[in-house]
Write a protein that binds this ligand. Sequence first.
Ligand code: MRU
Length: 367
Amino acid sequence: MRINGRDYRTIWLADDGWSVVVIDQTRLPHFFEVQSLETMPAAAAAIRDMIVRGAPLIGATGAYGMALAMRQDASDGAVAEAFTVLDATRPTAVNLRWALERMRRRLLAHPPAERAAAAYAEAAAIADEDAAVCSDIGDHGLGLIALRAAKAPRDRPFQILTHCNAGWLATVDWGTALAPIYKAHRQGIPVHVWVDETRPRNQGASLTAWELAREGVPHTVIVDNAGGHLMQHGMVDMCIVGTDRTTRTGDVCNKIGTYLKALAASDNGVPFYVALPSSTIDWRIADGLSEIPIEERAEHEVTHLTGLTEAGVLQTVQLTPAGSRAVNYGFDVTPARLVTGLITERGVCAASEAGIRGLFPEAEQAA
Ligand code: MRU
């Protein structure tokens, strides 16, 4: 995507050809800054501290983290160590384990002397594929939007609600949920996006709003509890969200609060779509509620808020009374029955085992 007249992805190699550069997402939307990652532990910290976030980008960063590790030590032990450290950074997004397993397979097929080069090549392939896959998701989602927009009221733009950030910042490029919106906007379909602020870290208010503003897509930020009201009043034509892990049966794990939006959508007859690359499908599991580990993050993210002061500096302030406890579940699970369809790189399918297998018949071998 284009920032300040330059095309950016969210992760790339520096001019030295080996250090890895990422956009520091903890500084957005107020400051656009990049960070250089030069060691595997630095890549692990960037994922853990959410300098990079979003399931596909976490996967790509994990892959480059393996490559950084291989520069220092390419022994079998170092492959195992890098896998363990990177895999432990965040538990819910399955793209991380998917990318690490792919890297490990590729590395162990080479003698140690060839592993650093093989690791950089594989990490680059993962990043390039993610960008291409997200563009394909955009094309398939665009078809859906065009179809539904043609039947929607003509006196206003087509209204789409999204939760959290599943835009290009969450992936290598394009995004998942936002890719169809970008493509629709570029095709001249009038769209307007309701952006859930997405407490506690506010990825909607800070990242999605920033992305949409950069692309000139009309949008309005709403508090997390507003979606149901808007749907009751016919102000939402379609929901599109991303996902961090989807079971092979179509249960969707996504940022906390997604389930409530799906319930409201179902109650109001609003189509609820989930956009995802197949690397987000966990072929091993069938029941999202009992089998997906839900990340619990620090209480501090709930009890405190960070924003820009009038003096132009980022400041964190306390919201709750001293001593009040908070709990911070990062994700929830939306059962497949509440999902209208999955938008994947191969097309749109029902959120069901049969629907997913119809698009990915080879998946059984992967399970
Ligand atoms: O905790 P995060 O910011 O890494 O969460 C990721 C998300 O933004 C998602 O919930 C998103 O919808 C899926 S990633 C494309």
